[in-house]
Design a protein around this ligand. Structure first.
Ligand code: TEU
Length: 539
């Protein structure tokens, strides 16, 4: 595998609307991101992934774009965005933009024209179908609605939306539309950005003939359809290959074999991907399943493609709550999960607040939750006659709002996020979990992340090393080797609330030098609850 800057990067995801508010409107903004760039530089991250900040009516927090060429007023303006890019580059960091190409907002001029009449020149920029037997063209549901079709009274046809009604899917079979997308991508790349995170990029192609699904709830029929690789090869040939950039595709419903078709270095499509075998399909921690997934993806991509490592983002609740211990062992657990993500094969992603061990929330009422996905699902289930409270409690653990509460900067009001009314309630634990506290404590989660990132910058074995799991079916211990150019590291993780003895794995850890641990005196074969160790076990 050839060496490249993006393979060696640590990426930090800025969900700007919850990051830092400088104008008191209760939403974060781009000026707020600029204000905190020195903090990110101190952490040591290389790349910033900025969630969508294009003009949008904000039904889905910016993932419903109404103008690809303008900045959403809530976030700022183009001049501020350009200052942000310059300030990121001035600090030696890079910026990748989140880009939504599967759908636009229903308020995008293209859709306003397309929906105005059947013979409008832009009609075919979107997916319109006649009713079938007086109803939707098929039985597909969407991520956010019971049906992926909405009837337009004016033109008496249905249009398709894989997400909300307000997010009509683009028709990628239309070459003119594709060319307009490519022009827009060049507009941003020519401004100097360093790449894209491509939103549900494997959904661009739709099943030929739009047949009914045997399992509408699976949603998997929305992705990986014939034609998708033709579109991505064309995008790569016409746009992406002309720039020294990083592209990461958000690609649900794939196995390693499918994933390789998107990110294989011989494929000329995308550079790397997020798969969702954990985030979507493993509701809570399952060590055996996690190891199996990691081992299968390593073997599937080995020497051919690059994976990502993440356990939370703006769509998935905070990892220390969902997959760790956010109570008695919160800091140890946060550090263990970080050690795992930064030493497993793939590019590690840090979601804002993860570096100080921020946790998920449990608000009391559906009124405290803003996310369209949760609100729509709640309405859909309650409409079936189900008990409100039962539905609410069922949706709580995996609600996307869990990870969207404001960044906790200090113990000041609203965690120092805003001087206004925060758009979303702040997690009530902010007085004890915040950046100001973390920067004062040499043993904080923040400084542990800083050490991990520094280790990665100084040791290619973390980036390019082979991987071998040594812990098999052990339900608590995850121990693996990384080997590169004669150097071997052993990572030992005790993901449990009890002590675990490495002796049961017959490892030679006692021959190694401990490079990093989340406990002050890592010694012997007995590991403490949620203890993580990185050993260098041979030159
Ligand atoms: O996410 C796709 C999506 O629906 C995810 O929430 C999904 O659960 C999983 O993580 C991928 O299967 C993207 C954006 O990240 C999300 O915020 C948007 O709401 C969505 O697309 C629509 O643009």
């Amino acid at each position: 595998m050839n060496k490249t800057w993006w393979k060696e990067a640590v990426v930090y995801q800025v969900y700007w609307r919850s990051f830092n508010d400088t104008d008191g409107d209760g939403y974060g903004d781009l000026k707020g991101v600029i204000e905190k760039l020195d903090y990110l530089k101190e952490l040591g991250v290389d790349v910033i992934w900025l969630n969508p900040c294009y003009e949008s009516p904000d039904f889905d927090n910016g993932y419903d774009i109404s103008n690809y060429y303008r900045i959403m007023k809530k976030a700022g303006d183009m001049q501020t965005w350009e200052r942000l890019l310059n300030e990121v580059h001035r600090r030696g960091m890079k910026l990748i933009m989140d880009l939504v190409l599967n759908h636009t907002s229903h308020e995008h001029p293209w859709f306003i024209e397309s929906s105005s009449s059947k013979d409008n020149p832009k009609r075919d920029y979107y997916i319109w179908k006649d009713p079938v037997e007086g109803g939707p063209p098929n039985n597909w549901r969407s991520y956010f609605e019971p049906s992926s079709w909405t009837f337009d009274e004016k033109t008496e046809q249905y249009y398709m939306h894989s997400f909300a009604v307000e997010q009509p899917d683009l028709n990628w079979e239309n070459e003119e539309m594709r060319e307009e997308i490519y022009d827009m991508m060049r507009f941003w790349l020519d401004k100097g950005i360093d790449g894209f995170r491509l939103d549900v990029i494997n959904l661009l192609a739709k099943q030929k003939g739009f047949p009914d699904s045997e399992d509408p709830a699976s949603l998997s029929y929305l992705g990986n359809n014939p034609g998708i690789h033709d579109y991505l090869k064309e995008m790569n040939e016409k746009v992406l290959s002309h720039y020294d950039i990083m592209t990461v595709g958000e690609i649900p419903f794939v196995t390693p074999e499918d994933g390789l078709l998107y990110v294989g270095e011989d494929r000329q499509e995308l550079h790397t991907l997020f798969h969702f075998e954990v985030a979507d399909d493993m509701p809570s921690w399952d060590m055996k399943r996690y190891k199996e997934i990691q081992n299968r993806w390593y073997e599937g991509l080995k020497e051919k493609g690059t994976n990502s490592q993440f356990l939370n983002n703006h769509d998935h609740t905070r990892q220390v709550t969902r997959f760790g211990n956010d109570g008695e062992y919160r800091e140890e657990s946060a550090k263990l999960l970080a050690t795992m993500l930064h030493t497993l094969p793939g590019i590690p992603y840090i979601y804002q607040g993860e570096e100080i061990g921020m946790t998920g929330v449990r608000f009391d009422s559906i009124e405290d939750y803003q996310d369209i996905a949760m609100r729509n699902k709640y309405e859909e289930e309650v409409a079936k006659g189900r008990d409100h409270q039962e539905v609410f409690e069922e949706l709580l653990p995996l609600s996307r709002d869990n990870s969207r509460t404001p960044m906790q900067w200090s113990d000041d009001e609203n965690a120092g996020f805003t001087e206004g009314q925060p758009w979303m309630k702040v997690n009530p634990n902010y007085p004890s979990i915040n950046v100001k506290e973390a920067l004062k404590d040499p043993n904080s989660v923040f400084y542990f992340y800083q050490q991990l990132i520094r280790l990665r910058n100084e040791n290619p074995v973390m980036v390019y090393g082979d991987y071998q799991d040594l812990s098999g079916e052990d339900p608590d211990l995850y121990c693996y080797k990384r080997t590169y150019e004669g150097i071997t590291w052993l990572v030992a993780l005790n993901h449990s609330d009890q002590q675990s003895d490495l002796a049961r794995l017959q490892l030679q850890e006692n021959e190694g030098e401990v490079l990093l641990s989340n406990y002050s005196s890592p010694e012997g074969s007995v590991m403490q609850p949620h203890e993580a160790r990185i050993y260098k076990i041979s030159k």
